[in-house]
Design a protein around this ligand. Structure first.
Ligand SMILES: Nc1ncnc2c1ncn2[C@@H]1O[C@H](COP(=O)(O)OP(=O)(O)OP(=O)(O)O)[C@@H](O)[C@H]1O
Ligand SMILES: [Mg+2]
Length: 416
C-alpha cells in the first residue's frame, strides 16, 4: 500500500526501503524523515521472513518507549515523535554502516565463534563488537582499523578514531541504562544492537530503532523464558501458533516498558537562615537538571528544633527514598540535629563558609554520620548518586552527564 500522508505529515519521496521499515522524506519538515514499520519479521539477513499482523504497531510502541526514555536521560538520538500507530518521525540521517553490539552475557553468535566460552559467561565490562552492515557478506565483525580505513563520510563527517570512540561509549551507556531499567522488572538485558547516523548538522546521533528484534531479554535471567526475536530465529518450522506466541511476547515487553515508572523520591534542602537562600537555590537548580524532586525548606535548628524535626517527620512519612541537605553556618547544629534524628542520608554543604565552620562538620560527634561537601553542585551530585541507587532515571542522567562531558571535550578539541 502506498501512502501520501501519515499522521498529518505529507510524505515526500521514499528514501530507503529495508526489510522491516520504509523511510520517507518529509518535504514540509526540513531535516526530518518518517520511518514506517512493516508487519514483518525477518532473520538470517532476510532469508527467513514472515508477515506478522500487528508487529509494526508493537515495534513502533516499543521503539517509542525506549527512545523517549533515552531522550529523557539526555542521550542524543534521532528520535523525534510517534506519528500514528506504525510510524515515527526522526532526524534525517546518513547512516554509518556499522552495527554496535553490546553484550552482558555470552550467547548466540559469540559462543558460536568462541566455543570455549560457556553460555551465560558474564562480561564485565560489557563486551562490545562492531559489524559492517552488509547482508551479502552476513554483517562481518570489523575492527576499528577496518572502519577507519573505509573513510566513511556521512553528511560531511569523516568517521575516524574519535567518532568511533563516541559511538562505542554511547552504545555502552545506552546498554547500561536499558539494563538498569529492565532490572527493575526482574529481567536481564543479555545483549543488544544499535546503529548511529549523522544528521544534516553533522551530529552523531543514536538512530534506527531499538525493539524486541534488536535485543535479547531473559526474564528472571532464565534463557528458557526469552521474549525476543531469538524465539523466531530458533524455529525450524513456523506455524501460526508460533507467530501468535511471538506477538504475545512482544506485547508483554510493551507492557513492561509502559509500566517503567521511576520511584518518587525527595531531596529536601534545609536552610537555617535567609542567608542560605542563594546556595539553596543553586543546589535546587542542579538537582532539577538531574530530574530530582527537590524542596527548599527553612528551619532554624538552634532556635526552633521542634520545627526542624517536624519537617523531617513530614518527609519521612512520604514513600520513596529521601535525602537531606543541611545548609547552615555556625557550629553545624542543623547537620547534627538531622544526623542524630533520622536514618536518611544527610549532606552538609558548607559553600562560602569560614574554614572553622567547615571543620565542625568534618568532625561530628561520635555516632553521627553525614557527608560534607563544599560546593552546591557537589551536594546535588552526591544526593543524586544516593537516590540513583533506586531510581533508574536519576542514575541514567548521572551516567549520561559523564558521557556528554567526554563528548563535549572531544568536540571542543576538534573546533580548535
Ligand atoms: N533516522 C534515520 N535517518 C535515515 N535513515 C535511517 C534512520 N534510521 C534508520 N534508518 C535506515 O532505515 C533503513 C531501513 O530500515 P530497515 O531496518 O528496514 O533496513 P534493513 O533491511 O534491516 O537493512 P539494514 O540491514 O540496513 O538495517 C536502514 O538502512 C536504516 O539504517
Ligand atoms: Mg535494520
Amino acid at each position: 500500500m502506498s501512502h501520501t500522508s501519515i499522521g498529518g505529515y505529507h510524505l515526500g519521496k521514499l528514501l530507503i526501503e529495508g526489510k522491516t521499515k520504509k523511510v520517507y522524506d518529509l518535504p514540509d519538515h526540513p531535516g526530518l524523515c518518517l520511518l514506517l514499520n512493516k508487519d514483518r519479521i525477518t532473520a538470517f539477513d532476510g532469508q527467513k521472513a514472515h508477515e506478522l499482523q500487528g508487529k509494526a504497531a508493537i515495534s513502533n510502541t516499543t521503539n517509542g518507549l525506549v527512545f523517549r526514555l533515552l531522550n529523557e536521560a539526555g542521550i542524543r538520538t534521532a528520535y523525534v515523535d510517534q506519528c500514528g500507530e506504525k510510524a515515527f518521525t526522526a532526524r534525517k540521517c546518513q547512516m554509518i554502516p556499522i552495527e554496535w553490539v553490546t553484550r552482558r552475557l555470552a550467547t548466540g553468535s559469540f559462543i558460536k565463534l568462541n566455543p570455549e566460552v560457556p553460555e551465560g559467561y558474564l562480561f564485565a565490562p560489557p563486551k562490545q563488537e562492531t559489524c559492517f552492515k552488509d547482508d551479502a557478506s552476513h554483517d562481518p565483525l570489523w575492527c576499528d582499523e577496518q572502519i577507519i580505513s573505509s573513510k566513511f563520510q556521512c553528511n560531511g563527517l569523516l568517521i575516524g578514531f574519535d567518532e568511533i570512540q563516541i559511538m562505542r561509549r554511547t552504545s555502552l551507556v545506552v546498554f547500561e541504562i536499558l539494563e538498569r531499567a529492565w532490572k527493575t522488572k526482574n529481567c536481564v538485558l543479555v545483549d543488544m544492537k544499535v546503529e548511529f547516523g549523522v544528521d544534516e548538522e553533522g551530529n552523531i546521533l543514536l538512530a534506527d530503532i531499538i525493539d524486541s528484534d534488536t535485543w535479547r531479554i531473559w526474564p528472571a535471567g532464565d534463557k528458557r523464558l526469552m521474549v525476543d526475536k531469538t524465539v523466531y530465529i530458533n524455529l525450524t518450522a513456523v506455524r501460526d501458533s508460533d507467530l501468535g506466541n511471538i506477538k504475545r511476547n512482544y506485547s508483554w515487553v510493551v507492557e513492561q516498558l509502559t509500566s517503567l515508572v521511576p520511584p518518587k523520591d525527595h531531596l529536601v534542602v534545609l536552610m537555617s537562615s535567609e542567608l542560605d537562600t542563594f546556595q539553596g537555590t543553586k543546589i535546587s537548580a542542579f538537582c532539577q537538571s538531574l530530574g530530582l524532586n527537590v524542596e527548599l525548606r527553612g528551619s532554624c535548628a538552634l532556635r526552633d528544633p521542634e520545627d526542624t524535626l517536624r519537617i523531617v517527620r513530614e518527609y519521612e512519612a512520604t514513600i520513596g527514598s529521601l535525602v537531606f541537605v543541611a545548609l547552615a553556618g555556625g557550629s553545624n547544629e542543623l547537620g547534627s540535629l538531622l544526623s542524630s534524628n533520622t536514618s536518611c542520608p544527610v549532606i552538609n554543604c558548607v559553600a562560602n563558609r569560614m574554614e572553622i565552620e567547615m571543620w565542625s562538620r568534618l568532625n561530628p560527634d561520635s555516632g553521627l554520620g553525614g557527608a560534607t561537601v563544599l560546593h552546591p553542585e557537589a551536594a546535588a551530585l552526591h544526593a543524586a548518586s544516593i537516590l540513583g541507587l533506586n531510581n533508574f532515571m536519576v542514575w541514567s542522567k548521572l551516567r549520561v552527564n559523564r558521557l556528554n562531558n567526554i563528548i563535549a571535550l572531544k568536540k571542543s578539541e576538534k573546533s580548535h
